[in-house]
Design a protein around this ligand. Structure first.
Ligand SMILES: Cc1cc2nc3c(=O)[nH]c(=O)nc-3n(C[C@H](O)[C@H](O)[C@H](O)COP(=O)(O)O)c2cc1C
Length: 347
């Protein structure tokens, strides 16, 4: 498989390259009757867009989604929803010096090794511009989640080792790495509230396994913690186990080291993700690399790049999480015979 499709029942396929005329997404398996407008999607597109600020690339595109199919009179019809985004601010000449060079930290060498050719303009298909298409698909999933009272919220939580609560210090750090023609890593946290218990699939399609696949499919992601995550490796069982209690007739846990998932199934607590991004690989500083002819060269990358990825990636984390949850919720509808009988006896 070519790897451009994600999901089982609620499925997205993204297409397009950074410097082609357009890119887009086809969402298939979306239930009919969800109120959906281009504006609903564009709210998410706006959050992924560079804001021209200190932490952003100067590439500036309107990023307005066009819905081409699957929506009629403001509601989804149950048929494939095709959405397109035109590339309007490409400057291909900025990339001419990387035509034959393998940029350190990028996919160039791998693409050439795999396909024997590549669209070198802005990284082509490997460019993070592709994430715009998946954000559009995820925004549709978010609409369905909100009808179910489930919210997914992600935000930049640290730049390097500085907490985003100290935004001024973060800005200063970004300015100094930018002045040094460098970039810096970042952290995004994501919280899901309102998730019912029992969602996910044993044993290979566990909810945490599906979330990990979704999150690691985002460029520059190098790590993921669910709940206590890696820090559980140095805890005692007595510390890490979340005690169950009953509150207002509902089973709850009094701590949430599990991050809302046990045995691959949601346990009704908030789902907490911490996502770690590497520093932006494209830096202005000259770097050592090799070219197609395997000659060692010095490379200066021109073009416009985020010095820190987490700010623009937060909405991508949110949307990939939403896609996994909607898919798991739809799959879960076939888990119990009594519920299936209830459903069909209502018809
Ligand atoms: C939202 C987002 C924006 C990104 N922006 C840039 C960028 O401006 N410049 C860059 O070199 N990499 C950027 N990246 C990261 C690269 O796309 C990624 O590191 C590269 O394709 C190599 O893939 P890998 O890091 O997953 O191995 C961005 C990633 C995301 C998720």
């Amino acid at each position: 498989m070519a790897g451009s499709t994600f999901g089982t029942l609620f499925r997205i396929t993204t297409w397009g390259e950074s410097h082609g005329p357009a890119l887009g997404v086809v969402v298939d398996g979306c239930p009919a009757g969800i109120p959906l407008s281009e504006e609903d999607i564009n709210v998410y597109m706006e959050r992924r867009r560079p804001n021209g600020g200190n932490m952003s690339t100067a590439r500036n595109e309107a990023d307005r989604i066009e819905i081409l199919s699957g929506v009629f009179e403001g509601r989804t019809t149950g048929t494939p929803i095709s959405m397109m985004l035109r590339n309007t601010d490409q400057r291909s000449h900025d990339y001419s010096n990387i035509k034959d060079a393998y940029r350190p930290g990028h996919a160039d060498f791998g693409y050439d090794s795999k396909y024997g050719m590549r669209d070198y303009r802005g990284g082509g298909r490997s460019s993070a511009r592709e994430t715009a298409a998946r954000v559009a698909g995820g925004a549709v999933a978010m609409k369905l989640l909100s009808m179910l009272g489930i919210s997914v919220t992600a935000e930049l939580s640290a730049v390097g080792d500085i907490s985003a609560s100290e935004m001024e210090k973060c800005e200063d750090l970004v300015s100094s790495v930018r002045n040094e023609q460098d970039s810096i890593g970042s952290t995004v946290t994501c919280k899901v509230t309102g998730m019912p218990a029992g969602i996910g699939q044993p044993v290979f399609d566990k909810l945490d396994a599906d979330l990990a696949k979704a999150i690691f499919s985002i460029g520059a992601v190098k790590g993921l913690d669910i709940g206590a995550g890696h820090s559980a490796a140095v805890m005692r069982g007595s510390e890490n186990n979340d005690p169950f209690r009953v509150r207002d007739g509902k089973v709850v846990t009094t701590t949430n080291n599990a991050g809302g998932i046990l045995g691959g199934l949601s346990n009704g607590s908030d789902i907490d993700l911490t996502v770690y991004f590497k520093p932006t690989p494209s830096i202005a500083r000259p770097q050592q690399t090799v070219n197609k002819d395997h000659e060692e060269i010095d490379l200066e990358i021109r073009g416009r790049h985020d010095p820190v990825i987490g700010r623009r990636a937060a909405v991508v984390v949110e949307c990939m999480t939403a896609l996994v949850l909607v898919d798991a919720l739809l799959i879960n509808m076939s888990s119990r015979a009594d519920k299936i009988v209830d459903f069909y006896s209502c018809l």
